[in-house]
Design a protein. Structure first.
Length: 169
C-alpha cells in the first residue's frame, strides 16, 4: 500500500480555527477527485481540475489527529484520479493530495471505485476535525456467500448421491 501525504491548506486551518472558536469541530463531508497532476500548495483553495465530488460514506476517528475516511466514487465519469481533496461541511477544502508523476487510480464509467484514506492531521487541535458520513457504505457479501454455500452443497449432493442410494462405485 502506498502512503499518500496530503497538504493541509491554509483555508482549511482557518475553517478549523473558526469552528473551534465557536466550541465546535469542523466536519469532513465530501471527497473531491480531479485529474490534474501537480505538487499541492498550502495556499490552494480547491482542486485544479475537479471532476467529481462524493459524500463520505463511512469514517471513524482512529486517534486524536487521525481519521479513516471512505467514499464510493460512482457514476458514469471516466478519468485518471490524479488529485484528491477533503472537503468540510462549509465547502472549504481542508487538505489536498496530488502527485506530478503518478495517478492514484482510474475511475471507469459505471464502475464504483471504493476509496479509503487514513488522514493524519498534525498541527491541529485534537478532536477539532470529525467526519460526517452518509452511512451508505455496505461491504456485506452475504448474497455472494449464500450463493457459494449453495453451490458447495449442490456439489456435495452430486458426489454423495451414489452412496446415498445404494449404488456401488
Amino acid at each position: 500500500m502506498t502512503s499518500l501525504v496530503t497538504t493541509t491548506l491554509e483555508a482549511g486551518l482557518a475553517a478549523i480555527l473558526r469552528k473551534t472558536g465557536d466550541g465546535l469541530s469542523a466536519q469532513i463531508t465530501h471527497v473531491a477527485l480531479g485529474d490534474a497532476a501537480y505538487t499541492p500548495s498550502q495556499a490552494q483553495t480547491s482542486l485544479r481540475n475537479e471532476r467529481a465530488r462524493f459524500p463520505v460514506s463511512d469514517g471513524k476517528v482512529q486517534g486524536a489527529r487521525q481519521l479513516h475516511i471512505a467514499a464510493i466514487a460512482d457514476g458514469d465519469s471516466e478519468f485518471w484520479v490524479r488529485e484528491v481533496g477533503f472537503v468540510l461541511s462549509d465547502g472549504t477544502f481542508l487538505a489536498i493530495w496530488s502527485d506530478p508523476a503518478r495517478p492514484l487510480a482510474y475511475k471507469a464509467p459505471s464502475v464504483d471505485l471504493l476509496l479509503g484514506f487514513d488522514l493524519a492531521l498534525s498541527g491541529v487541535p485534537a478532536g477539532s476535525v470529525t467526519i460526517e458520513s452518509t452511512g451508505d457504505l455496505n461491504l456485506s457479501l452475504a448474497e455472494e456467500f449464500a450463493a457459494m454455500a449453495k453451490a458447495i452443497v449442490d456439489l456435495q449432493r452430486l458426489q454423495l448421491h451414489p452412496y446415498l442410494h445404494g449404488a456401488k462405485t
